[in-house]
Design a protein around this ligand. Structure first.
Ligand code: UGA
Length: 430
């Protein structure tokens, strides 16, 4: 099929490359000329495992092109809308200016009979507001939310666990079936529904995941007050199939470009709709999450005789999660900045996210390797569970640090192994 993707950020670039991989003829459109130039040469503008290969293959096969000119997308049968919906500073609501601009741009070039499929995460009611703009041009709108996880984005796009189509007409579902024929033949469940439900599926899924994480982090707080171990607790309750162990990892909490902003935008939308009370619990979810960052700072002070000022602290991890260079609302970067603000001599490292972190916190001291970050450190703080940090050997790390003190902000190390090597080990809620 002839496909366009408007917006070539995280979601759009992955979607465009994946659609080309499935055999479609794809053009990605974005207003950012530098990004379009890089993508056009097959270069990924951010770190995502597998994406460079896919881009290169797509571009080489000529099934994948990029352009800053919407007119280059005019003959597409399906236009995907994949622009960002950032959080507004004042209200926490989603800022829809990029969605509105992209719909205007598509409306100006769309051919009658084409389908526009929204993938961006939007407040419920957005699709119903936009549909008439496209219908006036003889085109249709569907809402087809995306559930990809950073770090697994290609896999999640090529082999999703479900497809959700919000449509105003069942015939539009058939068009999306053609786009996703490979996944459908593989048995991927598909839910065809109305616009509002499709929009809500996306935000409620993220709200549920955020709640699950904050639930276990609340149990971590209780565990800290009682001497219980939240990791064993999660293992035990997770064995109940109704609960499930995934997304029950207590630690420094959730961050990234989705969960934090989505729960805030969802609350703002519920307030507008006069049903704010239904989502009041998401304020608690947010508050529990943010408290975990301060908890790490407090434990650091405890381990360093009450004051972090003037102490050398190695921070391992800056990305909001491993296998990503994304530092948007990253708990790790936030903790590093809080410790620095208290006068600690912080040196941070990350396998991929140092560049993006420095673009946000310019005066952050960084080092390219764990050894360099940890040299002469009084305390090591692990905040993003990259494989290489999970596999750290206590003796080898202890050979370069000044003190043997470690905070395991993701509860991924074996406490006994570290204690046996003379480390003062502190997890969160263990
Ligand atoms: C999230 C959702 O998982 C995706 O399904 C969704 O498509 C995406 O947002 C989106 O809206 O675009 P992502 O932001 O890539 O994906 O990251 P997650 O894997 O959900 O992790 C979010 C945060 O939660 C990370 O900071 C992670 O460290 C933290 N987390 C996750 C925990 O603290 N504990 C856990 O048990 C799991």
């Amino acid at each position: 099929m002839r496909i366009s993707v408007f917006g070539c950020g995280y979601l759009g670039a992955v979607h465009a490359a994946s659609m080309a991989e499935l055999g479609h003829d794809v053009v990605g459109v974005d207003v950012d000329a530098a990004k379009i130039a890089a993508l056009g040469e097959g270069h990924a503008p951010f770190f995502e495992p597998g994406l460079p290969d896919l881009l290169e293959r797509g571009v080489r096969s000529r099934r994948l092109r990029f352009s800053t000119d919407p007119a280059d997308a005019a003959d597409a049968e399906v236009h995907f809308l994949a622009v960002g919906t950032p959080q507004s500073e004042e209200s926490g609501a989603a800022d829809l200016r990029y969605v509105d601009a992209a719909v205007e741009a598509i409306a100006a070039i769309v051919r009658p009979g084409a389908l526009v499929a929204g993938k961006s995460t939007v407040p419920v009611g957005t699709a119903a507001r936009l549909a008439p703009i496209l219908e006036a041009r003889g085109a249709k709108l569907a809402w087809n939310p995306e559930f990809l996880r950073e770090g697994f984005a290609i896999e999640d796009t090529l082999r999703p666990d479900r497809l959700v189509y919000g449509v105003s007409d069942d015939a539009d579902a058939a068009v999306l079936d053609e786009v996703y024929a490979t996944a459908i033949e593989a048995g991927t469940p598909r839910i065809v529904t109305d616009y509002a439900t499709a929009e809500l599926v996306k935000v409620s899924a993220n709200a549920f995941l955020a709640t699950k994480i904050s639930f276990i982090n609340a149990m971590a707080e209780i565990s800290e007050a009682t001497g219980a171990d939240v990791t064993s607790l999660a293992d035990a309750i997770g064995l109940d199939a109704r609960i499930g162990r995934r997304f029950l990892n207590a630690g420094v909490g959730f961050g990234g470009g989705c969960l934090p902003k989505d729960i805030r935008a969802f609350q703002a939308r519920a307030d507008e709709l006069g049903v704010g009370e239904s989502l009041h619990f998401l304020r608690e979810v947010d508050a529990i999450n943010l408290r975990r960052r301060q908890r790490v700072v407090d434990v650091a002070a405890e381990l360093l005789d009450g004051d972090v000022a003037g102490k050398r602290i190695a921070v391992l991890g800056l990305a909001f999660k491993p296998d990503s260079d994304d530092v948007r609302d990253s708990p790790a970067l936030d903790v590093a900045a809080r410790l620095s603000a208290l006068g600690a001599d912080v040196v941070a490292t990350d396998p991929e996210a140092i560049g993006p972190a420095l673009r946000r916190v310019a005066d952050l001291a960084t080092a390219p390797t764990v050894e360099e970050a940890a040299r002469d450190a009084d305390l090591v703080v692990l905040l993003t569970e990259w494989r290489e940090y999970r596999d750290l050997e206590p003796e080898r790390l202890g050979a370069v640090t000044r003190g043997r003190r470690i905070i395991d902000g993701r509860n991924v190390l074996q406490p006994q192994a570290w204690r046996n090597a003379g480390w003062e080990y502190r997890g969160l809620g263990r």
